[in-house]
Design a protein around this ligand. Structure first.
Ligand SMILES: [Zn+2]
Length: 71
């Protein structure tokens, strides 16, 4: 019954952890579900973008770096 107490939901699409297969959390408030992760992978593949996220010690996002690969 304790899973009800979990408040993890995807930061990107807002889906609750019970609505998706997997959810990955850096912190309680920084989570991504497998659906969004897959979408990100697709976007990254299609547009050849590399996204580098720098997390601070407290899990907050320090910087997001996007690199566009020319080919
Ligand atoms: Zn999501």
């Amino acid at each position: 019954m304790c899973s009800k107490d979990l408040k993890y939901s995807c930061t990107f699409c807002g889906k609750h952890h019970s609505e998706v297969e997997n959810i990955y959390c850096a912190t309680e408030h920084k989570c991504i579900c497998d659906e969004c992760l897959e979408l990100c992978n697709e976007i990254a593949k299609n547009r050849e973008i590399t996204i580098k996220v720098d997390l601070g010690e407290d899990g907050s996002i320090k910087s997001v770096e996007k690199s566009y690969n020319a080919g």
